[in-house]
Ligand binder design. Structure first.
Ligand SMILES: [Zn+2]
Length: 145
């Protein structure tokens, strides 16, 4: 599924599935049964152990695939990290933009359409961030007391 990056507006191919579907569960069961029949010639309860292992491997694969697909490859913006810690997301975008500026493989790449922020708006945003940090610090101090 194509989506636009929230920061630079470039297209990002994102997988829809975040978790395993019923088809994945069924196929992991079939794979477990097949693997079980390779090792043992009779049906045994150990097939459920194989099934659980294949379910776990499939779920891990689907979640890692989804998690890697939502990161913008152009600017490095990660919406999950942005929701948890916006400053860390900003640092990752800065690193990617610096890498994009210095590496020769990006020399002929189309330029990014980054959002332009005026100095007045930048100071307003920074003051809001400082206020939010003060609120977090006060709430943490209140929890300790
Ligand atoms: Zn982007």
């Amino acid at each position: 599924m194509n989506r636009m990056c929230a920061f630079c507006g470039s297209k990002v191919n994102v997988y829809r599935k975040k978790t395993s579907s019923l088809l994945n569960i069924f196929l992991s069961g079939l794979t477990a049964l097949f693997c079980h029949l390779i090792f043992w010639d009779q049906f045994d309860a150990r097939v459920f152990l194989f099934w659980v292992v294949f379910l776990m491997l499939g779920e891990i694969f689907v979640q890692i695939r989804w998690r890697l697909s939502i990161v913008c490859r152009t600017c490095g913006f990660d919406p999950v990290i942005y929701l948890k810690n916006s400053r860390e997301a900003v640092e990752k975008v800065k690193i990617q933009l610096e890498r994009r500026r210095t590496l020769p493989q990006y020399a002929l790449a189309p330029p990014l359409r980054l959002p332009k922020i005026s100095k007045a708006r930048l100071t307003e945003i920074e003051s809001k961030i400082v206020k939010i940090d003060l609120k977090k610090t006060k709430s943490r101090l209140a929890l300790r007391i």
